[in-house]
Each structure stands twice: as C-alpha cells, then as structure tokens.
Design a protein around this ligand. Structure first.
Ligand SMILES: CC(C)(COP(=O)(O)OP(=O)(O)OC[C@H]1O[C@@H](n2cnc3c(N)ncnc32)[C@H](O)[C@@H]1OP(=O)(O)O)[C@@H](O)C(=O)NCCC(=O)NCCS
Length: 146
C-alpha cells in the first residue's frame, strides 16, 4: 500500500539519492533540507515497501504554485502514484490560497505531458531551448484550480 507523506529532515538522505536518479537538475541534500524547511514549499514522498518510490516538489512563489519536479520509480509506474502526489501538491497549495500551478516539461516527455494533461494542466506556450543536456524546448503548462 502506498502512503503519501510530507517529507521531513529524516528523509533527506534517501530523498536525495532517489530524486537524483530522475531529475535533470540534481539537488543536494542541503537543497532538499532547505526546501523542506521553507513554509512556502513542500516535498511529498510516496512511501511503499519501506522505501521511497515517488517524489514531488512544489512551491508557492509569491501566490503562484510551481511544480519543480515529480518522479515515480520504474517498478511502481502506471499505478496512479504520480496522480496521488499531484493531488497532495494541489491540496498544499490550495490551503495557501494559490489558484494556479505552473510547470515546464521537456516536449519529448510524453509520459509526463500525459500525466499533466490528465491532471487538468493546459499548455500555455513553448519555451525554445529551455533545457540543456540535451538541448530541448519546454512546454510551459498551467493548472487553474477552482
Ligand atoms: C511521469 C511519471 C511521473 C508518471 O508517473 P506514474 O506514477 O506512472 O503516473 P500515474 O500512474 O499516476 O499516471 C497518471 C496518468 O499519466 C499518464 N501516463 C503516465 N505514464 C504514462 C505512460 N507511460 N504512457 C502514457 N501515459 C502515461 C496517463 O494519462 C496516466 O493515466 P492512466 O493510467 O489513467 O492512463 C513517471 O513516468 C516518471 O517518473 N517519469 C520519469 C520522471 C519524469 O519524467 N518526471 C517529469 C518531469 S520532472
């Protein structure tokens, strides 16, 4: 059974090693530690079989939500875990009076684009050459929460 929990300091080491398998931008333990302590940010972990199997990092940036990243371990995909993580991010932001969540995603990342569309996000624009290594455009997407 998967449990979605808000990360605390005790999870930082595992969280960092899990996340850096998936994220373009590597976060240090210090970055996670500081993110966890910020009142306007939250890191949610999907916990199953005594380990982290998913993570999502979200921030309230001056009244707008921003999803930094989300990932689920290969063996646990297509079970709705990313959607559960997104719901927690959404709840966290809504309790902080946020009405919109923004994100960027590689245009080739069909799985993530599909996830975001399924969660109600719409494409706002294409940001040219947004990513490096490899160079790629990004879709800029937004979710308007009612
Ligand atoms: C994108 C990702 C987070 C999805 O995680 P997941 O737990 O498998 O997603 P869910 O099971 O919650 O799927 C929700 C919806 O997303 C879409 N989706 C997810 N994986 C998909 C795939 N492989 N093919 C097509 N659609 C997919 C579907 O619409 C799915 O709904 P459905 O199962 O009812 O069809 C996961 O594939 C991943 O970790 N990818 C690598 C990291 C990454 O690219 N993160 C995004 C950028 S930071």
């Amino acid at each position: 059974m998967v449990e979605i929990i808000k990360a605390d300091e005790q999870l930082v080491v595992e969280l960092t090693s899990f996340s850096n398998r998936f994220f373009d931008e590597k976060w240090s333990e210090a970055s996670f530690s500081s993110e966890i302590k910020k009142p306007n940010s939250a890191v949610f972990c999907a916990y199953c079989d005594n380990k982290i199997v998913g993570v999502a990092c979200v921030e309230n940036q001056f009244g707008d939500g921003y999803l930094h990243n989300i990932a689920v371990a290969d063996d646990y995909r297509r079970q709705g875990i990313a959607r559960q993580l997104m719901n927690k991010c959404r709840e966290f932001l809504q309790t902080n009076d946020v009405e919109k969540i923004f994100l960027e995603v590689r245009t080739s990342n069909t799985n993530a684009v599909n996830l975001y569309k399924k969660c109600g996000f719409e494409t706002v624009c294409v940001r040219k050459v947004f990513y490096a290594d490899p160079t790629e455009d990004a879709y800029s997407m937004v979710l308007e929460m009612k």
